[in-house]
Design a protein around this ligand. Structure first.
Ligand code: ADP
Length: 414
């Protein structure tokens, strides 16, 4: 009799396990469908986080991705309050839990982070989030680790189980492929954007060249057409150069020099280059800087490029007889370099977009030459030096661009 009861029990246990297994598979199928429903990287990362917390019954989750260029691990997204602050915080590979996952390719469970020296608590300081327990698994595509998913604070007392590890690992393998696809899609999106931008001058060159061939066109009109063709071809050339320069910076193929830079000297040289253009329109250019500006470590040619971009905009978008002022101020940790002009200013609704590639304030294209890439390149260079660039503007008064450069011999990302 006893034997019989045992048999029934094992059978029941088997059926129960099978039911659980089917439920788990169904859940994974749903997850797969959800993960593959978007090609928008931001949206995808948010979806993955929600799924990760739901599957493991945890309080929050975050995704870190390896930067292909620098090999550094970055927070890309985190749930919870103040998570916005986390985007693009670098997490050290050595001495962090996520870093260990990257190095070993294996999941890591930490039941109590406060007892674990590997926990990178700088992140908690920023988010004001209190991390207690962590489960971290690698994001792997074709044997290559592209990042880490972490879920934080298991809500059940019992802590993380092997099932959590399995479920999160399965989810991560799908998420990793979806992330790679979204990134590829972003890339092709960019290419179509560039092609679109290049097409405009090409269309106009072809159109005017055809019109030049028409019979009975007055000589003066021919001259005008030829001038438009020359101008558009020059613009096309500039766009190609600017775009290549920007693409190299973005792809990480440009390495920054790490040399001592005297920003005062860089500013003086820039003004010397720009002065003829400014004089031509009676615009005065001045420099305000202490004599003893501390030397910073960086790439002087690239920093000059930033100042050239900003001062040439300040001249281009100025009124005749206006002013351009370059100022260097020395703070405790950083230099701040600003370029102010007395131009028309930028409307508040345009300000947030000003650093985007190809963005030009509507109406600008009619009267001022440009590619819409200058500010985007400047921003990238400043950020590669560990600084940041901001803009303030008042319509009818003028615009000031300010960028910072850390004084401490900080690490340069290349
Ligand atoms: P570009 O000058 O080649 O168009 P930028 O990236 O340098 O491209 O600038 C983007 C846009 O921002 C410009 O088209 C212009 O509309 C606006 N802008 C930039 N600098 C200024 C400035 N100092 N004053 C007013 N508008 C500006």
């Amino acid at each position: 009799m006893n034997k019989e009861t045992n048999k029934v029990e094992t059978l029941q246990a088997l059926v129960k396990r099978q039911k659980e297994e089917i439920a788990r598979l169904q859940r994974m199928l749903e997850v797969s469908r959800e993960i593959n429903s978007t090609l928008d990287l931001r949206e995808l990362l948010t979806d993955i986080q929600h799924i990760a917390t739901a599957l493991t019954v945890t309080e929050a989750s975050s995704i870190m991705l390896l930067d292909k260029k620098t090999g550094e691990l970055y927070f890309e997204a985190a749930t919870g309050e103040a998570s916005g602050e986390l985007t693009r915080i670098a997490v050290p590979i050595d001495g962090s839990i996520a870093g260990e996952v990257v190095k070993t390719g294996k999941p890591v469970i930490v039941a109590d982070v406060r007892k674990d020296p590997r926990h990178y608590d700088q992140v908690d300081d920023i988010t004001k989030f209190s991390t207690k327990s962590i489960l971290a698994v690698p994001l792997i595509v074709k044997d290559k680790i592209i990042g880490v998913v972490e879920v934080v604070n298991k809500l059940e007392e019992s802590g993380f189980t092997q099932e959590d590890v399995d479920v999160l690992t399965t989810m991560a393998s799908q998420a990793a492929v979806a992330i790679e696809n979204a990134r590829l899609f972003q890339q092709s999106d960019l290419i179509s954007e560039v092609v679109h931008e290049l097409r405009t001058p090409v269309t106009s060159i072809v159109g005017y060249a055809q019109m030049l061939k028409l019979p009975d066109i007055p000589a003066q009109t021919k001259q005008q057409f030829a001038e438009i063709i020359r101008r558009e071809a020059t613009r096309l050339g500039n766009m190609v150069n600017d775009f290549l320069d920007w693409a190299r910076l973005e792809s990480g193929r440009t390495r920054l020099a790490k040399e001592p830079v005297d920003m005062r000297a860089v500013a003086e040289e820039t003004i010397l280059v720009m002065r003829p253009q400014a004089d031509h329109r009676d615009i005065t250019m001045s420099l305000q800087a202490p004599d003893d500006v501390p030397v910073i470590v960086g790439d002087s040619k690239r920093l000059k490029q930033v100042l050239l971009n900003l001062t040439s905009n300040a001249v281009k978008y100025n009124q005749d007889g206006g002013r351009v002022e370059v100022k260097i101020a020395v703070g405790p940790e950083a230099l701040s370099v600003s370029v102010s002009d007395t131009g028309p200013g930028i409307a508040p609704e345009d300000l947030p977009n000003i650093f985007q590639r190809f963005y030009r304030v509507a109406g600008t294209e009619d009267h001022v030459k440009g590619t819409g890439l200058g500010l985007c390149v400047a921003k990238r260079i400043v950020e590669m030096h560990g600084g940041e660039i901001t803009v303030e503007s008042e319509l009818g008064v003028g615009t000031t661009f300010t960028f910072t450069l850390p004084i401490a011999t900080g690490k340069l990302s290349t």
